[in-house]
Design a protein around this ligand. Sequence first.
Ligand code: AHM
Ligand code: MG
Length: 329
Amino acid sequence: HAAEAHRTDLMTITRHVLNEQSKHPEARGAFTILLNHIVLGCKFAGLAKLIGLAGETNVQGEEQKKMDVLSNEVFVKALISSGQTSILISEEDEVATFVDPSKRGRYIVVFDPLDGSSNIDCGVSIGTIFGIYMVEHKDDLSLEDVLQPGEKMVAAGYCMYGSSCTLVLSTGNGVNGFALDPSLGEFILTHPDIKIPKKGKIYSINEGNAKNWDKATAKYVENCKFPKDGSSPKSLRYIGSMVADVHRTLLYGGIFMYPADKKSPNGKLRLLYEVFPMSYLMEQAGGQAFTGKQRALELVPNNIHERSPVFLGSYDDVEEIKKIYAAVE
Ligand code: AHM
Ligand code: MG
């Protein structure tokens, strides 16, 4: 009666992470506390989306703070009060937050508290994206500690506020998906060990930018629509909300692209808290992430809000765009 056992033996995200960390007993408690504070921020951001849908003014008729600003405040406070963080980098804050030495821990968290917030008003899925680094010496910190390639992250994830609230996490040991059970208030493991299909049938890109694409991007998209090898054309899906587009790519396979173009030579997406965490998850799920020049996770950031082009998804699909770039350069 395995199915029954499954229903009564709930694998919460806390329990799952404690199991995963059992090989590193020294890190167990600290990481679990940190994750619980991130989860709190996600629960709030999910709520913020619902409040955002309800309108911009409260009962007193006052303008309320924008939901992304509010979510950022909740995340920053939750992360500092965890006692496990040393530096925080948020898409909402121009400068890095160095946590007061009395409250410092060994983790650096880079995050976009509410990505795709322009989609709130029409109820489209939005999400939180985060990546986690670890510092050796929490008493001797500098920005250099955070300007590290994505492959140095010790964990990354996102939470999607859609038809359900879904948290996808990797601690460097595969990718797992958890759904928020609203009655329990707990994230429950629903998608263990996610692997991205080796090849997909979907491509995802803002085609409105086609006028400004480079040759490689244009050629790849042309191949998606008019394949030269006799295969069927791919379907186009583009939500315009990175978390939702990446989540679909992870589960169904295919490729998500935000390339460089003539107007935005580095693309649009931010390296530290958008491109790195999603690239980390893709690799952990068996896919790839490429910048047009190199493996995304090997890039070394020069500043905290730097942008980078990205092509990520199924192994074979990213392999194809890599070949095209190699041929046109
Ligand atoms: P934002 O941080 O201003 O919300 O922008 C990020 C979003 C991503 O979620 C999404 O992938 C991208 O912008 C879509 O951009 P575009 O509208 O140019 O296609
Ligand atoms: Mg963003």
